[in-house]
Design a protein around this ligand. Sequence first.
Ligand code: F6R
Length: 260
Amino acid sequence: MKVLIATDAGAAAGQAARIIARQLRARPDAVLGLATGATMRPVYDRLVRCHREAGLSFARATTFNLDEYLGLSPDHPGSCHRYMREALFDRVDLSPDRTHVPRGDHPDPLAEARNYEARIARAGGIDLQLLGIGRNGHIGFNEPISSLGSRSRVTTLTSDTRRANQRDFGGLDATPRQAITLGVATILEARACLMLATGPAKARAVAGMIEGPLRAACPASALQMHPQVTVVLDRDAASRLKLTGCYDRPEPEGRDRDPC
Ligand code: F6R
């Protein structure tokens, strides 16, 4: 695991965007695994700038998102579909038929989860999986005590996660209780993973993921089993890490301001 600690959240997002841009430049037809959430917004903003100002093209790329809330149509304002269209898809040259998000309103959500995995396999698997982390250590919507061998499926969200995400639904009552998510084992099949975590609220989960034991109570700790993981943190998210000698600073400060 490679751990990079940036000075602040903006620099961390810039670092993550540069890693994605580098992947796309090395392999323009890359299959990218994408995540939603507040942490990722500045990453997508950077990638959009990179597309507009530095010619980064997504035209040959394929994307698969990690998850979607159960019961939501793609147009629902709180859906991951809608988030992705607004944050990235409608702002770059991605071809709509190459962007994938599970259908939360599918009549048979379990079949949708299984088919979604099959579609990823048919696309050749994910080259780079972008991940955020929940305050409780979830990745995708694999909540604590999800099997570390879990496949894509329907999961029940914890009250922690629903509380954290109620901002997208105007209150807890309207916040969905279930989601379709890639499983932990499915995520581990990506050829490389890029985790971004910022802010003090993530510090405990980050310490569990990197320095804690491998355990289902912290699903993100499964990344310890993956041979190609980069974790980008800001100082706040890194504040509970103890093995400080093992971690790196990202590239020179000035470069943090470049879009890509
Ligand atoms: C969303 C996802 C989640 C989020 C996590 C962090 O697609 O997979 O695991 O990455 O909940 O969300 P934020 O960034 O809102 O704190």
